[in-house]
Design a protein around this ligand. Structure first.
Ligand code: ADP
Ligand code: MG
Length: 266
């Protein structure tokens, strides 16, 4: 399905992603882990074509993704919907309109200006919100919702595009543990029920372990681990995070239990 081949991105002298290669042959849920600056976001942004690659190739079903221009590029971008840490909703706009923005790629500017949404799309938006457990929030302004609800609205907006793949860049980094769980469960369900591929950048190990079929570990732009959660031993984790022997998993944990056992002091 997806093949990333020797993908590199340089920013001046800095190599953000360094010769990264991996292939995905069936829709999986993949967690990309690594410390801040490891190159996780740049990797996802290159897949989505938000950032250009300096070298390498990305193939999807045999097609050269990096060669797409214009309409082909826009089509690709709706095939691999992005979700961001800060939700990127329009705060003062109601929830259902935010979700309808997921169809913008195939709408005319005039229709958008005058807020003319096809009735079918409105029904579908409500259905998707319902599936995510937030249909009753549809008429509210996005800014009135909790973080966990806002991230589910962002997921609903992504689903409006009917994407083959969801690319989530730290989707739970701004959420409390309870909401983080709800959002990760929603992504997992979408993967299992719809057969969509999910690639999520996660800065915590336990989340990747719990929800993902496969974990890719990045360090200094390079992929230093690619395997199952079971293969991700503490030793491997230490290597990914570049930590010394004092490395503790609790330090990278979002788990409620771990937080209670090891309170994080601000
Ligand atoms: N637009 C940019 N301009 C310059 N440097 C960048 C840019 N985006 C990312 N970088 C650099 O690339 C490296 C990888 O960043 P990033 O992909 O954001 O890592 P992560 O998501 O793992 O925290 C970092 O050193 C970062 O400073
Ligand atoms: Mg990042």
């Amino acid at each position: 399905m997806l093949a990333v081949e020797q993908l590199t991105r340089r920013f001046g002298a800095n190599v953000a992603v360094d010769n990264a290669s991996f292939t995905v042959d069936r829709p999986m849920m993949i967690g990309v882990i690594g410390r801040s600056g490891a190159g996780k976001s740049t990797l996802l942004r290159m897949v989505n074509r938000l950032t250009d690659a300096s070298a390498g190739r990305i193939l999807f079903n045999g097609e050269d993704v990096l060669g797409y221009r214009g309409a082909a590029k826009r089509r690709w971008q709706s095939q691999c919907a992005m979700i961001f840490q800060q939700f990127n909703l329009v705060p003062r706009m109601d929830v259902v309109t935010n979700v309808l923005h997921g169809t913008l790629n195939r709408r005319s500017t005039a229709a958008t200006l005058f807020n003319l949404w096809p009735e079918d799309d409105i029904h579908r938006a409500i259905e998707i919100l319902d599936r995510l457990g937030i249909a009753e929030q549809a008429p509210k302004r996005a800014e009135a919702l909790s973080g966990g609800q806002q991230q589910r609205v962002a997921i609903a907006r992504a689903l409006m595009q009917d994407p083959a793949m969801i690319l989530a860049d730290e989707p739970i980094a701004s959420l409390d543990p309870m909401n983080a769980q709800v959002v990760m469960q929603a992504l997992r369900r979408i993967h299992e029920e719809d057969g969509r591929m999910v690639i999520a950048n996660l800065h915590t190990l336990d989340t990747a372990r719990r929800y993902c079929d496969r974990v890719i570990g990045m360090r200094d732009g390079r992929i230093v681990f690619d395997g199952t959660p079971a293969q991700l031993t503490t030793g491997v984790a230490r290597d990914i995070y570049g930590a010394d022997a004092s490395f503790s998993e609790a330090a990278t944990s979002t788990e409620i239990g771990a937080l209670e056992r090891h309170p994080v002091h601000a």
